[in-house]
Design a binder for this molecule. Structure first.
Ligand code: ADP
Ligand code: MG
Length: 240
């Protein structure tokens, strides 16, 4: 579903991705971890065509990200993205947050968009909050709305960039629960997170990045029981 081939990216002289190669199969859950500044967010943004890259190629569901012929808005609509900060529209109700892009980008009718939005709101356990504004919800609730909003676009893959890092500890679980359920439903997911409990529970593979390189790309059990590189061993010893 996602193929990343020898991707390199520089900001001026600074190499932020160096020859990154990995892939995510349909229905697979890949957790991306590594120290701060290692290029995890940049890699996700390249997959979603939010950031350009100078070398290599990324293909999402058969569509080349770096191809002049590729319709980027259409590609982005098929790749759901959830960030650390919820980025809901503060001046719109939960329902309007859930329906806006469905109507504007997918051209769904108000009725259809509303039905789909409310369906997903139920799935993340927030049916009672449809008419509230984001500011009236807790951080964990806002992040669940953000996940529902991404799902409302019927994405073929979901990218998560540290979705629980900005949350108070007591709210982390409710967001991870929604993500676990999504993974079990077969969604293809690429998840940047330091929540190794989540990784152990649902990841198929773990990608470990350091200094813009993919240092390890291993099956979950192999990664946790015997990371090959010293850098991954050090990283794990600090966070576990
Ligand atoms: P991570 O998500 O793993 O913490 P990032 O992908 O955010 O890492 O950043 C990788 C590197 O790229 C860091 O050294 C960061 O300072 C640098 N970087 C990120 N965005 C920019 C930017 N817009 N301009 C210059 N450097 C950037
Ligand atoms: Mg980051």
């Amino acid at each position: 579903m996602i193929v990343v081939e020898a991707v390199s990216k520089w900001y001026g002289d600074l190499a932020v991705l160096s020859g990154c190669t990995t892939a995510v199969a349909r229905g697979e859950v890949v957790v991306v971890c590594g120290p701060s500044g290692s290029g995890k967010s940049t890699l996700l943004k390249c997959v979603n065509a939010l950031e350009p890259f100078q070398q290599g190629q990324i293909t999402v569901d058969g569509t080349r990200v770096k191809d002049r012929a590729t319709n980027l808005p259409r590609l982005r609509a098929r790749v759901g993205m959830v960030f650390q900060h919820f980025e809901l529209f503060p001046h719109l109700s939960v329902t309007d947050n859930l329906t806006l892009a469905q109507r504007k980008v997918l051209g769904r009718s108000g009725e259809e968009a509303r039905r789909r939005g409310l369906d997903l709101l139920a799935r993340v356990g927030l049916s009672a909050h449809a008419e509230k504004f984001p500011g009236q919800l807790s951080g964990g609730q806002q992040q669940r709305v953000a996940i529902a909003r991404a799902l409302a676009m019927d994405p073929v893959v979901m990218l998560f960039d540290e979705p629980t890092s900005a949350l108070d500890p007591e709210m982390v679980g409710e967001v991870l629960d929604v993500m676990v359920e999504l993974a079990r439903d077969g969604m293809t997911m690429m998840v940047v997170t330091h929540e190794m409990g989540f990784a152990r529970k649902v990841a198929d593979r773990v990608v470990f990045m350091d200094g813009g390189e993919i240092v390890e790309d291993a099956a979950k059990d192999a990664f946790f029981s015997r990371p090959r590189s010293e850098r991954a061993q050090q990283f794990l010893s600090k966070i576990l």
